[in-house]
Design a protein around this ligand. Structure first.
Ligand SMILES: [Zn+2]
Length: 364
């Protein structure tokens, strides 16, 4: 969920910046407690649905994303960070307060970043300043990219799935958003129970303050709808959390490398043949950007036990381009073989089938 600031609309998006002395990726966990000037209390920006408080779960997703970027030596930073101390005067744990207050602690001399609406008398002004403070802070620290993590909400409880938003004037943000969706799909769909989880095919243009005020590629990742029971169950599942954020990390990494959307895929001839006692070779090629080693297995289809017939590991792109598995013909018949591929991160290719015909040996 996000806010629009109609008064900002005529303003242009800042020019994409060239400085890169900040973190490569700044992660912004959505929302957090803020001071409401009407009710005169501290409250979260969202309500609890299906057991999820968006203000809280986004901090878990942000932490997971941080952990998925580090093994690739990507310097990440976050806007709402965890600290052992609590936050005064809200009385909340530090990670639960909105970015605006954390930034005020870090940069007290820069109210232009965290108190950017000084003339507003709106009850929600600190919440509005919170949204604006995130891109303004990213600009200040010279972040290379900005990724906002949210969960979505709708009045329609059947609305569900993963969406990503970028600012309409930023082609680079659009590319980043679509790369993130591509690899979230690859990663989430590798989990059997989420293989049909709806994920948008392309990033959606918008005019959200969080993206518009950013001088670097910036996207809002709406991981799923907390207002939908099925999505909410997924959002609370640690495996879904891990795979979805691994997808975001990979999407960012390949965006940065200038690559395209190329999910893991294997290919092989649909038919092969040999004679009894032959080792029939099945040439397999794979494409994509797996986390090596990539394991490719051939198994008998429609078989309950002892189904694997061969197995290979590819350790690099060259090996992955040309894999040879073998099937030994033990009698004259047609055998249906299923080929599967799985990388070190648990990303799986769509299985494919090869029909192998074993001919009888000619009489001597
Ligand atoms: Zn939100």
């Amino acid at each position: 969920m996000y806010l629009w600031f109609p008064s900002d609309r005529p303003r242009e998006r800042p020019t994409e910046q060239v400085r890169s002395d900040g973190p490569a990726v700044l992660i912004g966990a959505g929302h957090g407690y803020y001071y409401h000037h009407g009710y005169k209390d501290w409250r979260p920006q969202r309500e609890i649905y299906n057991g999820i408080l968006e203000d809280e779960i986004t901090t878990q997703y942000a932490t997971m994303l941080y952990g998925k970027l580090l093994p690739h030596n990507i310097s990440a930073g976050w806007i709402r960070e965890a600290r052992f101390a609590g936050h005064q005067p809200s009385g909340q744990p530090y990670h639960m307060v909105a970015a605006r207050y954390q930034i005020a602690d870090k940069l007290p001399e820069r109210p232009d970043i965290w108190h950017s609406l000084p003339d507003s008398s709106d009850s929600l002004r600190e919440r509005d300043e919170d949204i604006r403070s995130r891109p303004l802070y990213a600009n200040e620290v010279g972040a290379g990219a900005l990724v906002h993590i949210h969960t979505n909400a709708s009045d329609n409880p059947s609305a569900r799935g993963t969406r990503v938003f970028h600012h309409m004037a930023s082609a680079e943000s659009s590319r980043l958003g679509s790369m993130i969706l591509c690899y979230m799909r690859e990663s989430i769909h590798s989990l059997d129970q989420y293989k049909d989880f709806p994920i948008d095919s392309a990033s959606t243009p918008g005019n959200h303050g969080e993206n518009r005020l950013a001088a670097m590629p910036s996207v809002i990742v709406e991981v799923g709808f907390h207002t939908n029971a099925e999505d909410a169950a997924a959002l609370k599942d640690i495996f879904f959390m891990g795979h979805s954020m691994a997808g975001v990390a990979k999407g960012y990494r390949l965006f940065e490398a200038g690559e395209k959307c190329l999910p893991l895929k294997i290919d092989a001839p649909v038919r092969a043949e040999g004679m009894v006692d032959d080792n029939v070779v099945i040439p397999v090629s794979a494409q994509g950007f797996p986390d090596f080693p990539l394991a490719i297995q051939a198994s008998r289809k429609n078989c309950a036990r002892r189904c694997a017939v061969d197995y290979e590991l590819a350790d690099n792109p060259d090996e992955m381009a040309e894999i040879k598995l073998a099937y030994r013909c033990d009698e004259a018949r047609v055998e249906l073989i299923e080929l599967t591929a799985r990388d070190f991160s648990g990303v799986e290719a769509e299985p494919i089938e090869v029909s192998i015909t074993c001919h009888p040996k000619p009489e001597p």
